[in-house]
Design a protein. Sequence first.
Length: 447
Amino acid sequence: MTVATAKSWPKMTSREEFRFLADLILARSSGDETTVMLHDLHSGATRFANNHVIQNVDTRRGALAVTVAFGKRHGTASATDFTAGSVLETLARAERIARVSPEDPEYVSPPDPQPFAVWGTARPETVAAGPARRLEYVNEAVGLCRMENLMAAGVVSSSVSSVGVASGNGLFGYETRADARFSITVHAGDATGWNAAAHRSIDHLRIQERTLTAIDRAKRSRDPRELPAGHYPVLLEPAAVAGLWTWLVRALDAKSYEKGTSPFAGRLGKRIVNKRLALNNSPDHPDLLGVGFTTEGLPSGPSTWIDRGVLKQLAYDRFGAKAHGIKVIPMLDAPVLSLDGAASGTVQDLVKQADHAILVSNFWYIRSVNPIDLTLTGMTRDGTFLVERGEIVSAVKNFRFHESPLRAFQDINAATAPMEAVTSETGKMLVPAMALPKFHFSSVTQF
């Protein structure tokens, strides 16, 4: 086990301290426009493998970035030393960079001052959590696996950050953000089971419940049956749904839409998925990781991106939004996918309703095959099962898939209410588990 302690700073940068530093910089800047951004982070991670803690690390990183613009020429410099002399030297470096930089035709002035909504971004139990608290959770997860003579690997992490933005036009935002994360992979011989969580509250990680789920998946995954590739009805758990929808969300880019390279080209205002599906941004949802404002000083608020299957919004940068006369740029930092009329059931309820299907716990290594129609490839992982007449009858060897979420989510047999979904590749969303009538598995893997 290794233990590292970052060089101690007295405390997290407060609103008053950031205000003082920002005012100091803005009052002395010679630029036409000046922006100051703060990111002060205290984070820690406790990692385990083979049922033993292998690392318990706390780190502290702080950065103050200054951007100065003379017309459309701009430069940015940053400092990790927040003393007055250091931040003024950072301002001077940003000014020197800006004076020798070429004009940027896409430079946009800082946003106008506006109030930012206050969401529940920092929970005191997470802020107070440290190595000892994380170690308790690791021991709980490892203990459950040892009782089953299984091996576990994973991580428990927690962090708190002070984030701020200020500019010479009066824009000011400051927010304390905290989050905690848990991930575990349980090994039963060659079989594995996985689960993960992320939340503002470290008390919401539900270590026991998620570890027991991973244990169950690992034990069920022993002695997998090999099935031929082809089209199958599928039951997708929330992590699998999120893996596919993350790529759809990424494709909502306005630049590619305007260039005609987007899978949604010409389809704004038209139906792109099942007419019962909706995608919304809900930064005030207590189970999501929404923020009050972005690093550029734009507010994050509720917005609708897909309504009754119809594409309503595109993701604009500030230059593109200005060019198209868009006054309010919608954010998608806290996505919620829902199916109108879906029952508030569980994955087990979907299993009981299925006559014949493949149950997929998770996808991994998802990559783009054809960005024009959003065809993706990837593999099932950590629990793939055959369901017959409402019961899981065996594990099956993992499949590689070739499928587009724009095709897969046209027809939906059943779904649950939105549930938490976290993967290493997708971040966090609220999505339902879904039963789809057809999904294309292109080949079988060797494990």
